[in-house]
Ligand binder design. Structure first.
Ligand code: UTP
Length: 275
C-alpha cells in the first residue's frame, strides 16, 4: 500500500500575478477551499496519509493551513461556525504533514528530487494541486493506486486534449493494453502539435517508483533549462516501466485563469453547500 504523497508547491504561479505575489498559488480558493486542500483530501482518500510538501520561500501559509489555528479554534468553539472548519479538521486528524524547502525553482523534476528526503525508498503518489480532479466515485489517486498494485511500476494520469493544446503538456505514445491503460514507449514534453506522438496529455497525478530519484539526479536540464520529470520518466519508460492511465473523472487546469474560473463555477453549482 502506498502511504506517502508528494506535493510540489514551490512554483511561482506567475499566471496569477499579482494575486500570487505574496500568497501561494496553491492557497487560491475554489469557492471556500484552497486548491492544495482538495489535493490533500484526494491523497488521504487513497490511503496516502503522509503528505510531503515541497515548499519554497513565501509559502508559509500552506504550512499554517495544515496546522491548528489555536485562536480561531478558541474563538468559534461551541458556535454555529464550527461547521466551516469540519473539512480541514478531518484532514488534520487523518493526515501527517512533512515539509522541505526547494531553495531554487529548477523545475518539477528538481522539486521531486528535493522531496526524496521525505519519501525515502518506497513508491509514492504525486499531486500537482493546480490540477483539480473531481469525481463522483473513487478519486483519481485511488484509481491509480489500484493500478499500481497490479503493475508495480510508475503510472502517469493522462487525458485526451485537443491537438492544438498538446504544446502545453507532456504527451505519451504507447501500446494500449486494455481500456484506458497504456504501456508507455515515449514521452515528449510540450511538443509542437504536428510532431506530437498523440493527443494523450499527462496531467498532475503520478505514482512513482523510488528509482526515479537516481534517474532525476542523472537527468540534465531540458525544456526551459528546468529539470523535467517527463525526461526522467522517459528513462523509466524505455525499460517498459511506465503505465499511462486515462482516469475517470473531471480535471480542471486551475494553473490557468480560464480553468480556475471553470472549476469555481462547477464547484459552486455542483458541490458547494450553502447554509
Ligand atoms: P507550473 O509550471 O505549472 O507552476 O509547475 P508554476 O511555475 O508555479 O506556474 P506559472 O507557470 O508560473 O503560473 C507545476 C507544478 O510544479 C511545481 C509548481 O508549484 C506546480 O505545482 N513546481 C514547479 C515546483 O514545486 N518547483 C519548481 O521548480 C517548478
Amino acid at each position: 500500500m502506498i502511504k506517502k504523497c508528494l506535493f510540489p508547491v514551490a512554483g511561482y504561479g506567475t499566471r496569477f500575478l499579482p494575486a500570487t505575489k505574496s500568497m501561494p498559488k496553491e492557497m487560491l480558493p475554489i469557492v471556500n477551499k484552497p486548491l492544495v486542500q482538495y489535493g490533500v483530501e484526494e491523497a488521504i482518500e487513497a490511503g496516502m496519509t503522509t503528505c510531503a510538501l515541497v515548499t519554497g520561500r513565501g509559502k508559509r501559509a500552506i504550512a499554517d493551513h495544515f496546522d491548528i489555528s489555536f485562536e480561531l479554534e478558541q474563538q468559534i468553539s461551541g458556535t454555529g461556525k464550527e461547521k466551516y472548519l469540519e473539512s480541514i479538521r478531518d484532514v488534520l486528524e487523518k493526515g501527517v504533514f512533512t515539509m522541505v524547502r526547494q531553495r531554487e525553482m529548477l523545475g518539477l523534476g528538481h522539486a521531486i528530487l528535493t522531496g526524496e528526503v521525505l519519501v525515502g525508498n518506497e513508491p509514492f503518489g504525486v499531486v500537482l494541486s493546480d490540477d483539480l480532479c473531481l469525481n463522483d466515485g473513487m478519486g483519481v489517486l485511488s484509481q491509480m493506486a489500484e493500478l499500481y498494485n497490479q503493475f508495480r511500476c510508475s503510472i502517469v494520469a493522462i487525458q485526451e486534449v485537443p491537438r492544438e493544446d498538446v504544446h502545453k503538456y507532456g504527451v505519451i505514445a504507447g501500446e494500449s493494453l486494455k481500456d484506458g491503460i497504456f504501456r508507455v514507449d515515449e514521452m515528449v514534453e510540450k511538443p509542437d502539435p504536428d510532431k506530437a506522438p498523440s493527443n494523450l496529455a499527462i496531467i498532475g497525478r503520478y505514482i512513482l517508483t523510488p528509482d526515479i530519484f537516481d534517474i532525476i539526479r542523472e537527468t540534465p536540464p531540458g525544456a526551459n533549462g528546468e529539470v523535467q520529470l517527463t525526461d526522467a520518466l522517459q528513462t523509466q519508460a524505455r525499460k517498459g516501466c511506465v503505465m499511462a492511465y486515462q482516469f475517470k473523472g473531471r480535471r480542471f487546469d486551475c494553473g490557468s485563469v480560464p480553468g480556475f474560473v471553470e472549476a469555481t463555477n462547477f464547484v459552486y453549482e455542483n458541490i458547494y453547500q450553502q447554509d
